[in-house]
Design a protein around this ligand. Structure first.
Ligand code: NA7
Length: 543
């Protein structure tokens, strides 16, 4: 290698970390502008969430045609979403289709896990070290780490001693997993557990669901999309993306502002009967807006959904155990399901209520609760993620004057617009903490974030700016705004990843609220970041 080759290999204007949904679009935008940029991806291929989550049942909860990228008319014209809520294999094919169409793989370095990033103020550059020992230098680093990319496991004694197969859903093997004739235990009933349980219930010999707390869940109402229907969707794409842009959740579902209390209970129930049959998040996002702010309104919709559960589960005692008591409907991230509740009507599916009989330890042959020993061949941990900030905590990020990001964010993240954080110049975040991405239709927010970050980097390269930092004052103001938006919502004290709760991560347990996402809605967020750019980036110090 000549010294020139070495320098182009190790030094870049921009390094993007992560080749998932956001990294793919990010590298497209940068290279289109002729900016020298590469992507470093820890995994051995692209796709992020959709590369990893191969468990049966993994699929979009967003309508497929609102999940896909909007940036390319050609992609929109060529791609046929086969299902209203597309499943993981197809989603991964889609991401590969996009990457291959624009020849983006040549900018990606796989098996390149960044373990350390250190800011050098004298040269205004980031120095990055990979687990392989390779080193890179970049003017700007764009973190597209994924909000749910760090799976977390419980720490029950004996987990390693289990003789059968066991894995977190995020690490579901690429090779087919034998389920027929197997006694399977699933721990966790979040969005993932609910998806996997619904699909494997019919396939296994026995299924034990280890539930610590039930989650509210409502029907996904998936359906195939025919060629004709897909053409009609294509014809409507401009309208679809415009609708998503203008809705708080980034979906086509629009909140009902007609006033919960302007209708009789019978009228409200009739409306909910309709919404229960509609697709995706309709029952949440198209419901009366009061269900998010008004306890009485939320209690009424919760009771309505509880009755739906009672109507679908044959055994009344099991039905009651599946109804959440500690939070109202929609107060944690709502899992969507397909015949989840009916799974409990199968003779070989059993709900193990951990609130009555907690897990004591894992044995070589199963799980020992305080009640009994459950013999198992396979254990699936659907136990969630170190959400939103976990990806950042896994990299040792050292900013100005040796301060670490992990320390700064220990009790809660602090950012300016979810895009930058004071003390860590030239670190730009796509879908970062306190952006709207965690709280809205993710890819829509990703495109917004990527476009904003790209414009900022482009502005810097055009103007010779070498150092960009959010001011402490601007950050304080944004954090206040994030907290205000959060405090308006009823879910503000609920135990879910929206509020930073994870019983398996030190410091994230019950009672510690982390302000992880901006809950003011997608339109407000876009208006706020656009205003910042239009003002010449007020709140940022550009040198
Ligand atoms: P979630 O929603 O965080 O759910 C994790 C589940 O695992 C939840 O039911 C937890 O119960 C349960 N859990 C976690 N640790 C334990 C232990 N130690 N013992 C028993 N049960 C446990 O993660 P998901 O993967 O389902 O969903 C994440 C997101 O991915 C989802 O919102 C979508 O956006 C896609 P707990 O509630 O803590 O009592």
């Amino acid at each position: 290698m000549t010294s020139d080759e070495i320098s182009t290999r190790t030094r870049h204007e921009v390094i993007v970390i992560g080749a998932g949904v956001s990294g793919i679009y990010q590298i497209k935008r940068l290279t289109d502008l002729g900016i020298d940029a590469i992507v470093l991806e820890g995994d051995d291929d692209l796709g992020g969430t959709w590369y990893r989550n191969r468990y049966p049942g993994a699929r979009f909860d967003s309508e497929s045609y609102t999940y896909g990228y909007s940036f390319s008319k050609e992609v929109l014209a060529e791609w046929h979403w086969k299902e209203r809520f597309s499943a993981q294999p197809e989603n991964l094919r889609y991401l590969n289709f996009v990457a291959d169409k624009f020849d983006l793989r040549r900018h990606m370095r796989f098996n390149s896990r960044v373990e350390q990033m250190t800011w050098h103020d004298d040269t205004s550059e980031w120095h990055l070290s990979l687990t392989s020992g390779e080193k890179y230098i970049a003017r700007f680093v764009i973190a597209s780490l994924g909000p749910l990319s760090q799976p977390t496991l419980p720490s029950y004694p004996g987990m390693d001693a289990f003789a059968g197969e066991s894995f977190h859903t995020f690490h579901w093997p690429k090779e087919p997993v034998a389920l027929e004739g197997q006694r399977v235990g699933v721990i966790g009933t979040g969005a993932t557990g609910i998806q996997v349980i619904s699909v494997i219930a019919d396939q296994v010999a026995e299924l034990k669901v280890f539930q610590r707390r039930p989650n509210w869940s409502s029907p996904l109402n998936n359906a195939a999309i025919s060629a004709d229907e897909m053409q009609a969707i294509r014809d409507r794409y401009d309208e679809i993306f415009e609708n998503c842009k203008n809705s708080p959740g980034g979906f086509e579902h629009l909140p009902d502002w007609r006033g919960f209390w302007n209708f009789t209970p019978e009228e409200r129930h009739a409306r909910w009967d309709q919404l229960y049959t509609e697709s995706g998040f309709a029952i949440l996002a198209s419901n009366f807006a009061e269900i998010f702010f008004d306890e009485k309104a939320n209690a009424e919709i919760s009771e309505y959904i509880a009755d739906r559960i009672r109507g679908r589960v044959d055994d009344p005692a099991t039905a009651e155990k599946l109804i959440p008591r500690d939070h109202g409907f929609g107060m944690q991230r709502l899992p969507l399901e397909t015949r989840y509740f009916e799974a409990y009507n199968l003779d070989h599916v059993h709900l193990v209520d951990l609130s009555e009989t907690p897990i004591d330890h894992v044995t070589a042959t199963g799980i020992q609760t305080t009640g009994e020993h459950h013999e198992l061949d396979l254990i699936v941990y659907a136990t969630g993620f170190d959400a939103i900030t976990g990806g950042y905590d896994r990299i040792n990020i050292t900013g100005v004057d040796g301060a670490t990001l992990a320390d700064k964010w220990r009790s809660s993240p602090r950012t300016f617009l979810g895009m930058l954080t004071n003390g860590f110049p030239n670190l730009l975040m796509v879908a970062g903490p306190q952006s709207a991405s965690g709280s809205t239709n993710f890819p829509r927010a990703i495109e917004t974030g990527v476009n904003w970050v790209t414009d900022l980097v482009h502005h810097a390269t055009e103007t010779g700016t070498t150092r960009i930092e959010a001011t402490a004052e601007a950050e304080d103001e944004w954090v206040d705004e994030v907290i205000r938006a959060h405090e308006r919502m009823l879910f503000r004290r609920s135990k879910g990843w929206f509020t930073g709760y994870n019983s398996n991560v030190k410091g994230h347990q019950e009672g510690t609220i982390r302000y992880q996402a901006y809950f003011g809605g997608a339109p407000q967020f876009s208006a706020r970041i656009d205003a910042c750019a239009a003002s010449g980036y007020e709140g940022l110090e550009l040198v």
